[in-house]
Design a protein. Structure first.
Length: 165
């Protein structure tokens, strides 16, 4: 039942994330708000691959901290295709684990030493879901800075609310 709730949340939130990804301007994929920031294309790609990358990371009960690549996508279609492929992939992984698998202890290591150990259920919440929401929020700020209308996520945005502006 817990696994089903995570799958439901993942699939309910996916259209909201996809709406933000759809707004990434093709002509601005290499734009970044600051030299230390990811480009908007890299941020979109990160959001697109998170579901698969995190569920793969959590599939083994002990994992070394990964080196997270930051490739620069060449098109918005590339980002959307990856996202559309990775949501069902992640949902299937969570279903495979089931409630019993979500209760198993997952260990993250760095150079062979345990950094932390938590139930897989806590890792799904923090590293998959909350991490996605964090980066989706970043993406909406990038869109605002580029003067791209921000999509509705939790109710109308200032760009989609008929009572504002």
């Amino acid at each position: 039942m817990i696994a089903e709730q995570f799958i439901q949340e993942l699939t309910d939130e996916a259209p909201k994330t996809r709406r933000a990804l759809e707004r990434i301007p093709e002509s601005e994929l290499t734009w970044a708000p600051h030299p230390k920031s990811l480009t908007i294309g890299q941020l979109g790609w990160h959001l697109a691959v998170l579901p698969r990358a995190i569920t793969d990371l959590l599939s083994e009960l002990e994992r070394d901290a990964p080196n997270v690549p930051r490739p620069q996508p060449t098109s918005g279609a590339e980002i959307l295709a990856a996202f559309d492929e990775n949501i069902p992939y992640a949902a299937n992984k969570i279903a495979e684990w089931g409630d019993a698998g979500l209760q198993q202890i997952w260990t993250l290591k760095f150079q062979g030493r345990a950094v932390f150990q938590i139930p897989r259920i806590a890792a799904v919440r923090a590293i998959l879901l909350n991490h996605t929401y964090h980066h989706r929020g970043q993406l909406t700020v990038y869109l605002r800075l580029l003067d791209v209308p921000v999509p509705s996520i939790f109710g109308p945005s200032a760009d989609e609310n008929p009572f504002i502006g």
